[in-house]
Design a protein around this ligand. Structure first.
Ligand SMILES: [Fe+2]
Length: 158
C-alpha cells in the first residue's frame, strides 16, 4: 500500500487520534449514563438533548477511528482501553439531578475540548487532514458544551 505519510508519521498521528478516540467514547458513554439517570424538572428536555449529544459524539469517535484505519493503523475502542486511558474525570454512579449531571458533563466536554485543541496544534505540523477532522470535532464539542452549560442558571465563565 502506498500512503502519503511515512510509517513513523502515521504512527505518531494515530497515537494522537487514539487519545481523542478514548475520550470521545468515554464522553458518549457518560452522556447515555446521564440520559438514563437524571431526575428533576428539566428531565424531558435534557433526556432528549443528551441523546442528540451522544449521537454526535459517537460520530466524532467513528470519524477518528476511521481516520486511524485509513492511515493503516489500528483503532482501539475497547471498553477496557477506555476505562484505563480516558483523560476525563469520572462520571458519578446512581441517580443524579439534572443540574449536577450538566456540571459533570460540561467538565468532561471541557476536558475533551482542551485535549482536542492540543492535538490539533500537534497535528498541524504533521497531517493537515487529521487536523481538519479534529477541527470538525471541535465544532461539535464546543457547540454541545455551550448547549449544556446554557441550561445552568449560574454558569462559570471560565
Ligand atoms: Fe433512550
Amino acid at each position: 500500500m502506498s500512503l502519503a505519510l511515512n510509517e513513523n508519521t502515521r504512527e505518531h498521528v494515530a497515537s494522537i487520534l487514539q487519545d481523542l478516540l478514548t475520550d470521545a467514547i468515554d464522553l458518549a458513554l457518560n452522556l447515555k449514563q446521564a440520559h438514563w439517570n437524571i431526575r428533576g424538572p428539566q428531565f424531558r428536555a435534557l433526556h432528549l438533548h443528551l441523546d442528540e449529544a451522544d449521537t454526535q459524539v459517537r460520530e466524532i469517535a467513528d470519524g477518528l477511528a476511521e481516520r486511524m484505519v485509513a492511515l493503516d493503523m489500528p483503532a482501539d475502542g475497547r471498553a477496557r482501553t477506555v476505562a484505563d486511558d480516558s483523560s476525563l474525570a469520572p462520571f458519578p454512579p446512581g441517580m443524579i439531578s439534572c443540574e449536577e449531571a450538566i456540571r459533570h458533563l460540561v467538565d468532561q466536554f471541557d476536558g475533551a475540548i482542551a485535549a482536542s485543541r492540543k492535538a490539533r496544534e500537534r497535528l498541524s505540523e504533521i497531517d493537515a487532514v487529521s487536523e481538519d477532522l479534529v477541527i470538525q470535532g471541535l465544532h461539535v464539542l464546543e457547540k454541545q458544551r455551550w448547549m449544556l452549560a446554557a441550561q445552568l442558571e449560574h454558569t462559570r465563565s471560565s
